[in-house]
Design a protein around this ligand. Structure first.
Ligand SMILES: [Zn+2]
Ligand SMILES: [Zn+2]
Length: 361
């Protein structure tokens, strides 16, 4: 897990976690007089699933016969943690922030640039924006195993992305005071394809340094084995006592076969497998300014809506119509004014080979 070092890691005590988990499944729990103890009455099906008595005393430090341990490492705690990790909860929240002020919105929008044209503000209105926030757990397995967590935020329908300031409010690992439960459940059905696409890219990026390390260790072991067998074959070819040439060659062939088998095994040991799974999702409503902007490129024009959510220091990055990534500085293609990121349109001068136009042909 990746923890935010700037914030205190306040984790619930084991007993608190166990009681909350059991109560969520209709168990009756009552804390004992002593710290770290409670009495729990479980529905029969739950007791059976967790393999504990229907009525029992839970204790962080079991002292009496029949006490069920809930301390770190206890089977009950481990089971409940594993079950909680297997679920991917979805929460609906809203950020209780003042909408951005008009002066701030204008200043922020003025910094938005169309790299090969002009952007002109038509109107500003105030409303809200809905974002989907996904936490994705990934595992990289090769000769060792690494786990990580990455977080992605996309606008519910257009695939835009808020800046780090707004993104920070949407980190519910340690929710800040402006995060409130939404009065109605929110949904973001359009967000899934963006999330899938960008998760893959984010995990690739996160995995890159790990994969470089794996390749380095693979190369090191490969070199060691090759050098070791080179020494052995050299020794076999220059025996101290006179030997039959056929015997020598048979010995060398045997060594080479042995070396090749070892190198093949090495390939298997350093083969990389990466898996991802959703850990949690949040759909969040955020007060926002919506700014209609006219973009001009030579004789063409196009209107788009830029968004400034509350708390943001820049407009939401917009979705690149070439690759599905995002950009804060798009360039427009000549034919249909597709908006393209720096990767899809590295230079804004001259004619752009537009991936979006290319697809439609
Ligand atoms: Zn792109
Ligand atoms: Zn185009």
């Amino acid at each position: 897990m990746i923890a935010d070092a700037a914030r205190p890691a306040i984790l619930p005590a084991p007993l608190d976690f166990v009681l909350a988990a059991l109560e969520a499944e209709d168990a009756l729990c009552e804390r004992g007089e002593r710290e770290g103890e409670a009495i729990a009455v479980l529905p029969p099906a739950l007791a059976q699933r967790l393999d504990v008595p229907e009525e029992s005393r839970l204790a962080v430090y079991p002292a009496q016969k029949g006490d069920v341990s809930v301390g770190i490492g206890s089977p009950l705690l481990e089971k409940l943690v594993a079950e909680a990790r297997a679920r991917a909860p979805v929460a609906s929240v809203r950020l209780e922030l003042e909408p951005p002020r008009l002066g701030h919105v204008k200043a922020v929008v003025a910094r938005f640039v169309l790299r090969n044209g002009l952007a002109e503000v038509l109107s500003v209105s105030f409303g809200s924006a809905v974002y989907a926030v996904a936490s994705v757990a990934y595992v990289i397995e090769a000769d060792d195993r690494r786990e990580g967590l990455t977080r992605l935020i996309v606008h519910a329908t257009d695939g835009g992305e808020p800046d780090a300031a707004t993104g920070g409010h949407l980190d519910l690992t340690w929710p800040d005071a402006v995060v409130r439960p939404s009065p109605t459940p929110l949904s973001a059905p359009g967000a899934a394809p963006w999330l899938a696409l960008r998760t893959e890219r984010a995990v690739r990026e996160a995995a890159a340094p790990v994969l470089a390390e794996v390749r380095r260790r693979h190369a090191r072991d490969h070199a060691r084995i090759t050098a070791y067998f080179a020494d052995l074959t050299a020794e076999a070819r220059a025996p101290r006592r006179r030997a039959d040439a056929k015997v020598v060659e048979a010995k060398v062939a045997h060594l080479l076969a042995d070396r090749d088998a070892k190198l093949r095994d090495l390939g298997g040991r350093f083969a990389v497998k990466i898996t991802c799974s959703p850990a949690a999702a949040v759909v969040a409503e955020v007060p926002a300014a919506l700014v209609s902007v006219r973009l001009r490129r030579r004789k063409e024009a196009r209107e788009i809506v830029l968004r400034v959510p509350a708390g943001a220091q820049s407009v939401d990055r917009i979705c690149c119509e070439g690759c599905g990534g995002t950009t804060g500085k798009p360039a427009a293609c000549d034919e249909r004014m597709h908006l393209l990121c720096e990767g899809c349109a590295p230079t804004a001068q001259g004619r752009i080979a537009c991936p979006a136009c290319g697809r439609k042909r």
